[in-house]
Design a protein around this ligand. Structure first.
Ligand code: 6CS
Ligand code: FE
Length: 331
């Protein structure tokens, strides 16, 4: 009898992307990983869910006050702090990263490259360190948020990325359509979409001030994106994303079938959305600000590996892989 050697096992890569052939593929992984309470009823089917009045007004107010220190005139002159991202065509602040960490941890980030930081910048950061408590950090890891996250992901969780997106009045330019997981897989090495974002509304979110738009149910597909970035793509992509944006035909195809929904709500409401849900936001032409605290949680068993489709990993303040701690688990 002739012997036929077994075919070599090619590992199946369901989340292949940044490739030649953009296409709509099926997500083989679950969308909720354990039993969830009825409060989170729409999460499995739609990939998102807004819970009302989760955060008390005093805590929202404390976050707004703290944030004002970042957006002061004085601070905006300090453009070399890597945690701050401005809009592409102006010095208007767009995002502040790593806000779930205490101020002293943030100082440590910039001190990795002390030569690049001017004296004003260091003095300003040192000022923060005297008062290490940050209401944003407390809120990001609070049980108000994490108990829902732990339920959906059915695992210990940690913060993969956090930021405040400001969508400044008149000036905010929004975000083009994308799945977060596509970037986190390609550029950060996140194996599976066992992750999600909690968006804490620090202001009212309405259609006119840049509320997040989603295609409900799109988290069940995986849209492979064409084109491979050169390195340090993140410096540009956080202002205006080019690589990792699905083809317009594929977005249309899903939106025609499943529609587009604005995730609106009041300050203190919290939106939870799957890491693979297609979302975007228009700019903010209204006179009202739309500040949101985004906290992306990943499952402890799904921690980052080497990037799947990028030469180098992104910096710690954009994708945490070293300074991570499990969030407390409530019984
Ligand atoms: O880069 C990130 O991690 C996030 N930012 C953008 C512009 N797209 C993907 C993801 O949401
Ligand atoms: Fe996103």
């Amino acid at each position: 009898q002739g012997y036929t050697p077994a075919e070599p096992q090619v590992p199946f890569e369901p989340y292949r992307t940044r490739c030649e052939d953009a296409e709509v593929a099926v997500r083989p992984d679950p969308t909720v990983w354990g039993p969830v309470s009825s409060e989170l009823g729409t999460f499995d089917e739609q990939g998102c869910c807004v819970l009302r009045n989760v955060v008390p007004p005093e805590r929202i107010e404390a976050c707004r006050k703290y944030l004002a220190t970042f957006t002061s005139e004085e601070q905006l002159k300090v453009t070399d702090n890597c945690r701050l991202v401005t809009e592409a065509n102006s010095s208007v602040l767009r995002s502040v990263f790593a806000v779930h960490e205490a101020a002293s941890a943030n100082l440590a980030i910039v001190c990795n490259a002390p030569l690049h930081f001017c004296r004003t910048c260091l003095e300003w950061l040192a000022g923060f360190c005297e008062d290490d408590g940050s209401p944003l950090a407390e809120l990001a890891r609070s049980d108000l948020i994490t108990r829902h996250v732990q339920q959906i992901l059915a695992d210990d969780v940690y913060v993969h990325q956090s930021r405040v997106n400001l969508q400044a009045p008149f000036k905010g330019t929004g975000f083009s359509w994308h799945s977060d997981f596509e970037t986190w897989h390609a550029e950060d090495g996140m194996p599976k979409p066992r992750s999600l974002s909690a968006v804490i509304f620090l202001d009212k979110n309405a259609e006119h001030n840049g509320a997040l738009m989603v295609i409900p149910g799109s988290h069940k597909s995986f849209l492979r994106c064409s084109g491979r970035q050169k390195n340090a793509n993140w410096e540009k992509s956080l202002q205006s994303q080019v690589y990792g944006t699905p083809s317009e035909d594929h977005i249309r195809q899903l939106a025609e079938k499943q529609g587009i929904k604005h995730c609106v709500g009041e300050a203190g409401d919290v939106l939870f959305f799957d890491s693979n849900l297609l979302h975007a936001s228009s700019g903010n032409r209204s006179p009202f600000s739309r500040r949101n605290l985004f906290v992306a949680f990943n499952s402890w068993t799904n921690r980052l590996q080497a990037p799947f489709y990028a030469e180098e990993k992104r910096p710690e303040h954009v994708a945490h892989r070293e300074r991570i701690t499990r969030c407390d688990r409530t019984p």
